[in-house]
Design a protein around this ligand. Structure first.
Ligand SMILES: [Zn+2]
Length: 180
């Protein structure tokens, strides 16, 4: 569950919600079928998933984004994570367009979910907000949240669940390493 302090600014919130359409390790998955994925896309202003193949691609794209957010948390390899995003560009059409309020922007040529989300990743990199969108450092959790701490130091989706568990685990490991 997200708290209001987890919410990301502007379009970045859509990416956070998209990554959290599956709650790991075995929570509900809003992209589990064509029907649920179409409903999710429509309720978030995106074109609906076309077919099973597109659904599988969208699921893989979600995990590629999650790997990037995990890397934003210092927990994964950012080079590998960016490289893994490359193939998804082939399935999209994005072009530069003039927005008379904001100048140049990257615009998806349709409202396809992958193109729309990629445009938002690009925009948030320009705005400097991208690095703060993170996936929880606990590998089995990796829930997406926006880090609003002053020094961008938040590592866990929730201190009460993941943070304290990690601390207790580190303590147990340290105790094991102590000489008897
Ligand atoms: Zn977590």
């Amino acid at each position: 569950m997200s708290t209001p302090s987890d919410l990301a600014p502007g379009g970045l919130e859509l990416i956070r919600r998209f990554v959290n359409t599956a709650e790991l390790p075995d929570g509900p998955d809003e992209l589990r079928s064509l029907e649920t994925a179409r409903a999710w896309c429509l309720s978030h202003g995106l074109a609906p998933v076309k077919n099973e193949e597109h659904l599988a691609l969208l699921g893989a794209f979600r995990e590629a984004l999650r790997a990037l957010l995990f890397a934003n948390n210092g927990a994964g390899d950012p080079h590998d994570a960016w490289a893994a995003l490359g193939p998804f560009l082939a399935s999209t059409r994005l072009s530069l367009a003039v927005n008379s309020d904001r100048g140049l922007e990257l615009r998806p040529e349709d409202k396809g979910p992958i193109a729309s989300l990629l445009a938002m990743v690009y925009e948030s990199q320009l705005l400097g907000t991208w690095q703060r969108l993170r996936a929880c450092r606990k590998p089995t959790c990796r829930f997406a949240y926006y880090d609003r701490t002053k020094n961008a130091s938040r590592a866990w989706c929730s201190m009460a669940s993941c943070g304290n568990q990690a601390k207790a685990q580190r303590r147990r490991q340290r105790e094991k390493q102590l000489p008897a």
